[in-house]
Design a protein around this ligand. Structure first.
Ligand code: ATP
Length: 264
C-alpha cells in the first residue's frame, strides 16, 4: 500500500458548531481500491466528515485533501471525480428518471445524449426500463434508491461516498449492489461507505473506521478489529468499543413506560 499515494488525506480535522466540537482531530489516509466502512454511533460526526470532504460544510481546521485538492479551495473540478449517495436525498419528484438523470449527468459534464443513453441502460440493468418516463413521485423507496445509486455513478467517479446505500432495497437488489461495489473497488475506485448495518459493513468493507465522539477509535480490517477485541461480530465490537452494554435495560424501561407499568 505504501508506494501508492492516498486519494484522500485528512490531518487533525476539527469542526465545531457553536462551542461544541463535533470533530476532535480526525486523521485518515485512504487509498485507491479501498472499501471503507465508516461507522459510529448517532451523532459521532460521520456525516460531518463526509460533507467536509464533499465541500458542503466549511469552516473547519486541519487539512483535507481529496484527489490532491482541498474542498475549501473553491476549485470544483475534483467534484467531477466524486459520486455521492446521500442518506436523505432531495430528489425532484416531479421529474422522471430520464429527466433527472440526464440533468445530473450534464451537471457532471456528460453530454445530454451520453447521459440519457447511459441512464437508460443502467435503469434497464436494475429492471426499471418500464418506468424510465414515469414521475419519480410515484416510485417506491427502493426504486428511488436505485435512481440515486445510478445518479452517483453516471459519470464514472473515482471516489464514491455512500450513506446507507442499501436502504429500501430488496434482498436481490442488495446482492446486485454489493457485487457492483466489489467490482468498482477491484477496478481501483475508492468507496466510502457509511452505514449502521453492521452485518453488511462487516462483509463488504476491506477496512473499517469507527468514529466515536469526533475521533477515530478503531481503524483496520474486520479481522484486525476482531483480533483487538474479545468480541465476535462487528456489532459486538461496536458495542464494546463505544462502551455500550445497557441495551436490555433501556429496552425494558422503554417497554415498561409504553405499557404504563413503570415510573422510570
Ligand atoms: N448544521 C449543524 N448545526 C449544529 N450542529 C450540527 C450541525 N450538523 C451536525 N451537527 C451536530 O454534529 C454532531 C455530528 O453530526 P453528524 O450528522 O456528523 O453525525 P453522524 O455520525 O453522521 O450521525 P448519524 O449516525 O445519526 O447520521 C451531532 O451532534 C449534530 O447534532
Amino acid at each position: 500500500m505504501n508506494s501508492v499515494k492516498p486519494i484522500i488525506t485528512i490531518r487533525d480535522l476539527r469542526k465545531r458548531y457553536g462551542d461544541r466540537y463535533v470533530l476532535n482531530g480526525v486523521d485518515l489516509d485512504v487509498y485507491p481500491g479501498q472499501i471503507i466502512g465508516y461507522i459510529g454511533p448517532n451523532g459521532a460526526g460521520k456525516s460531518t466528515t463526509v460533507k467536509i470532504m464533499l465541500g458542503l460544510v466549511g469552516e473547519y481546521s486541519g487539512e483535507v485533501s481529496i484527489i490532491g485538492q482541498s474542498p475549501d479551495a473553491g476549485d470544483v473540478e475534483y467534484k467531477r471525480r466524486i459520486g455521492y449517495v446521500p442518506e436523505i436525498a432531495e430528489m425532484y419528484d416531479t421529474l422522471t428518471p430520464r429527466e433527472y438523470l440526464t440533468f445530473i449527468g450534464e451537471l457532471y459534464g456528460l453530454s445530454m445524449d451520453e447521459a440519457e443513453y447511459k441512464a437508460r441502460k443502467l435503469m434497464n440493468r436494475f429492471g426499471m426500463e418500464q418506468v424510465f418516463n414515469q414521475r419519480i413521485a410515484s416510485f417506491s423507496k427502493g426504486m428511488k434508491q436505485k435512481v440515486l445509486i445510478i445518479s452517483s455513478l453516471l459519470h464514472n467517479p473515482d471516489i464514491l461516498f455512500l450513506d446507507e446505500p442499501l436502504s429500501g432495497l430488496d434482498a436481490n437488489s442488495v446482492m446486485v449492489v454489493k457485487e457492483i461495489l466489489a467490482l468498482l473497488a477491484a477496478s481501483g475506485k475508492t468507496i466510502f461507505y457509511s452505514s449502521h448495518m453492521m452485518d453488511v459493513v462487516e462483509k463488504i468493507s476491506n477496512r473499517i473506521i469507527l468514529l466515536d465522539g469526533g475521533r477515530v477509535v478503531a481503524d483496520g480490517s474486520f479481522e484486525e478489529l476482531k483480533g483487538k477485541s474479545q468480541e465476535g461480530s462487528l456489532e459486538q465490537i461496536f458495542n464494546q468499543l463505544t462502551g455500550f452494554n445497557e441495551h436490555k435495560q433501556i429496552a425494558e424501561q422503554f417497554v415498561a413506560i409504553v405499557r404504563g407499568e413503570a415510573d422510570v
